[in-house]
Write a protein that binds this ligand. Structure first.
Ligand code: TYM
Length: 331
């Protein structure tokens, strides 16, 4: 059976973009693939994280994933730092991937901002750790949102260069799975910016922990333009906020943006936002409730993650042993 690996950073609550772009697809793919899902805490510390907050967020994101339907019995759910093989393979990939490749990564440029000299070395080498995450399990498929596409290409290049350099057919070429209408959800305050955990304004995103009133308020305040909704998809040109909100509606209702446009053609934003709120609350409220229940027992979450880490290590250790042998490390 083909194998999935995917990860999420426990740097804050999951938001609607994480859910629609990634986690919902993970849940749906669980019947077709053997899955390894990871809370990538080692990626998280490439930017400063308060230790107590990191611990809390790791449990919260685990609870959100379980509440969304990740099956931690059938599949593997764990935190990255609990399997040391990730760091070991990342080092080897630091010696395989080229500086020129990393220099092209747009996410580093975005996250490092103007003060690049002061960014952590980890933030720069981040994509190599991500390649290691995936290839450590010889994963064949990686469900992610649009923003991770470039990192996936780097993982493919790294797999290929490793195979060529050492004259082996060892690592597979992992395929990205970028599925559905929600692969790039934008900020509710600015339709040209990605919805993100790190945005200063909480009004820019719907969090998986938001209650119905908060969801309603955030959609009510969401930026729009003065016109009614367009009759055709072409009419969304130059209207990023309208495009984003219709895209969210399409993703939440499992249709296409074209269908969303047809349904709300010519309607006022105010009416559309009410329907959008109702739909979002219907989808998110059960997850929210389940998440609260799960979080009330942190010891149970820790036990699930610990067991997941043991299973992850059992899967990766023989692969890591082979990698060390290929590279020429003594046993
Ligand atoms: P992270 O934590 O930023 O996001 C987790 C997942 O959510 C998707 N996503 C979005 N999708 C749609 N719209 C958005 N606004 C949006 N924001 C985030 C992301 O594409 C991602 O799928 N580097 C990764 C974590 C990672 C990983 C991996 C992923 C580490 N190792 C190996 C896959 C395989 C990241 O920072 O995701």
């Amino acid at each position: 059976m083909d194998r999935i690996f995917s990860g999420v950073q426990p740097t804050g609550n999951l938001h609607l973009g994480n859910y629609l772009g990634a986690v919902r697809n993970w849940v749906r793919l669980q019947n077709q693939y053997e899955c390894v899902f990871c809370l990538v805490d080692m990626h998280a510390i490439t930017l400063w994280q308060d230790p107590a907050a990191l611990r809390a967020h790791t449990r919260e994101v685990a609870a959100a994933m379980l509440a969304a339907g990740v099956d931690a019995e059938k599949h593997i759910l764990f935190h990255q730092s609990a399997n040391p093989n990730h760091a070991e393979l990342a080092w080897i990939f630091n010696c395989v991937a080229r500086i020129g490749w990393l220099n092209r990564m747009t996410q580093f440029k975005d996250k490092a901002g103007k003060n690049r000299e002061n960014a952590s070395v980890g933030l720069y080498a981040y994509p190599n750790l991500m390649s290691a995450d995936i290839l450590l399990y010889k994963a064949t498929h990686v469900p992610v949102g649009e923003d991770q596409k470039q990192h996936l290409e780097l993982a493919r290049d790294t797999a290929q260069k490793f195979n060529n350099d050492y004259g082996v057919e060892f690592f597979p070429q992992p395929e990205p799975l970028i599925l559905g209408a929600g692969t790039r959800i934008m900020s509710l305050r600015d339709g040209t910016k990605k919805m993100s955990k790190s945005d200063d304004s909480d009004y820019s995103r719907i969090n998986m922990t938001d209650d119905a009133d908060t969801i309603a308020l955030k959609f009510r305040k969401a930026k729009t333009d003065p016109d009614a909704l367009p009759e055709t998809e072409a009419g969304l040109e130059g209207r990023p906020e309208a495009a984003n909100l219709l895209g969210i509606w399409a993703a939440l209702s499992d249709t296409s943006r074209a269908e969303a446009v047809a349904r709300f053609a010519g309607r006022a934003f105010s009416e559309f936002k009410k329907e959008l709120t109702d739909l979002a609350v219907t989808v998110l409220a059960p997850i929210n409730g389940e998440m609260k229940r799960t979080l009330s027992d942190p010891a149970q979450i820790d036990a699930i993650l610990k067991r997941g880490a043991q299973r992850a290590h059992a899967l990766s250790a023989p692969i890591m042993d082979e990698v060390k042998d290929i590279v020429g490390f003594l046993k």
